[in-house]
Design a protein around this ligand. Structure first.
Ligand code: GDP
Ligand code: MG
Length: 442
């Protein structure tokens, strides 16, 4: 995975303090592969990488992140930006009903989406009406009726007299019905074909002209990968649309289609569908999709946390501790433990930062209570004991235990752990700092 490959890029790069051409290229290469693996169309990958490189070259140097992390952060930000930045919301008509029309290939998930959208809209205090304007397949109407029943949303379906066989008439009649029955939103399900064809496009365009939708949603299966771009373009030319709904994101597809479609059509992605059940549906979140495309949500979390956690002065303090010839003290121990603790559940990713990984192993799984107890013990020591822990003999241990409300065995355990950590820190210092640790002299 990208995470694995980047981990090796991380460990081969050291905190140089600025982004070199080489760093940018090395990282860009991995990102490029990841995008191609995620089915992003090649021209889109090219222009995207060019954009990222340009931004990386002009980027200010970050104190908290190493060069690879910094490039990845830029890539992520650009991805989120291209995917739409903020989540795009439905634009409701000034005068109800708001008309939403679904268009897309057969099997894309339109009918399923109509039900999901209906349920979602109803939960948001709307009074939607689903409209069966797919009269192409024999059981398409029944399918929508079943979905509507499950969603608890009424369905407008053709009956003799309101235009059997004529989807345009059905769509038009549904708007009248919505006005009569106070439905504030109408969701029109339309027919699709297995491939793009002009008759289908014409039918969709005719429905569009008849009802003048407030939103046309292009529904597309994320699993179709590279083909998504051609289909998206064909529907843009043939029918036109305001936004995209991406379906079947529960599959293996990494969602590169989202990036390609967004980049090529300029249309925002509004909804994401992630399963066959009605509740497998949500507004599209560009940040989540960016992580999915990069396949490195955890790494991004780490980067964010690293940035938040290693405040500049703290980094400076740590760096000077590491750089000084002074021995590692109990105060340093407490400080580092608190730092590792703050990284929380992602501490298992600390292995990416040499030195910190060892620190984490030394410390083990400290929880908040452990940390409080350790702090209490250390605070019950004299300044001299903290600086020179060797002097902490049996009688001092008893005094410290009493003073901190702990047992002598707790004090013993802490002192043992500290000596192990001190030994490790001596090795790290002898090795010349902590390579790869953000902001640390490498
Ligand atoms: P339509 O022809 O565009 O109306 O597509 P349908 O709504 O009939 O969906 C086609 C198939 O895809 C059905 O079997 C659905 O259950 C399935 N489907 C739709 N959306 C999703 C989704 O988000 N995830 C998965 N796994 N299946 C879906
Ligand atoms: Mg359908």
């Amino acid at each position: 995975t990208l995470s694995d490959r980047l981990t090796s890029v991380f460990s081969s790069l050291r905190g140089k303090g600025r982004l070199s051409e080489e760093d940018i290229n090395a990282t860009a290469r991995e990102i490029r592969l990841a995008l191609l693996e995620a089915d992003v169309a090649l021209p889109v990958v090219r222009s995207f990488i060019a954009q990222v490189k340009e931004r990386a070259q002009g980027a200010e140097v970050s104190k908290a992140l190493n060069p690879a992390q910094q490039v990845i952060k830029i890539v992520n930000e650009e991805l989120v930006e291209i995917l739409g930045g903020e989540t795009r919301e439905i634009r409701f008509a000034k005068t109800p009903p708001t008309v939403i029309m679904l268009a897309g290939l057969q099997g894309a998930g339109k009918t399923t989406l109509a039900g999901k959208l209906g349920r979602w809209l109803a939960a948001e205090r709307n009074t939607p009406l689903l409209v069966a304007a797919d009269l192409q397949r024999p059981n398409a109407v029944t399918q929508l009726q079943v979905v509507g029943e499950r969603a608890g949303v009424p369905v407008f379906a053709p009956e003799p007299g309101n235009g059997v066989g004529d989807p345009v008439a059905v769509a038009r009649a549904s708007i009248e019905q919505a006005r009569r029955n106070n439905h504030n939103v109408v969701v029109i399900d339309t027919a699709g074909r297995l491939g793009v064809d002009s008759e289908m496009m014409q039918q969709a365009a005719d429905i569009r002209d008849a009802v003048q939708p407030d939103e046309i949603l292009f529904v597309v299966d994320a699993m179709i990968g590279q083909d998504a771009v051609n289909t998206a373009q064909a529907f843009l030319d043939g029918v036109g649309y305001d936004a995209v709904a991406l379906t079947k994101l529960d599959g293996d597809a990494r969602g590169g289609a989202a990036l390609s479609i967004r980049h090529i059509t300029g249309r925002p992605i509004m909804f994401a569908s992630t399963g066959e059940k009605l509740e497998d549906f949500d507004l599209f979140h560009p940040d989540r999709m960016a992580s999915r495309i990069l396949d490195m949500g955890d790494v991004l979390t780490l980067i964010e946390q690293a940035q938040r956690t290693f405040e500049e002065d703290e980094v400076a303090k740590m760096a000077s501790t590491l750089a000084s010839d002074d021995d590692f003290t109990l105060d340093d121990f407490l400080q580092q433990m608190a730092m590792v603790r703050r990284l929380g559940p992602i501490s298992n990713l600390l292995g990416m930062m040499p030195g910190m990984g060892q620190m984490r192993d030394q410390i083990g799984n400290v929880d908040e209570k452990d940390l409080d107890r350790i702090a209490a013990i250390i605070q019950s020591m004299t300044p001299e004991e903290r600086r020179t822990p060797k002097i902490i003999n049996g009688s001092r241990r008893l005094r410290i235990a009493n003073g901190s409300g702990t047992q002598v065995s707790d004090v013993n355990g802490l002192v043992t752990r500290f000596f192990e950590a001190q030994k490790m820190m001596r090795q790290v210092k002898a090795g010349g700092g902590m390579p790869g640790m953000p902001g640390m002299p490498g």
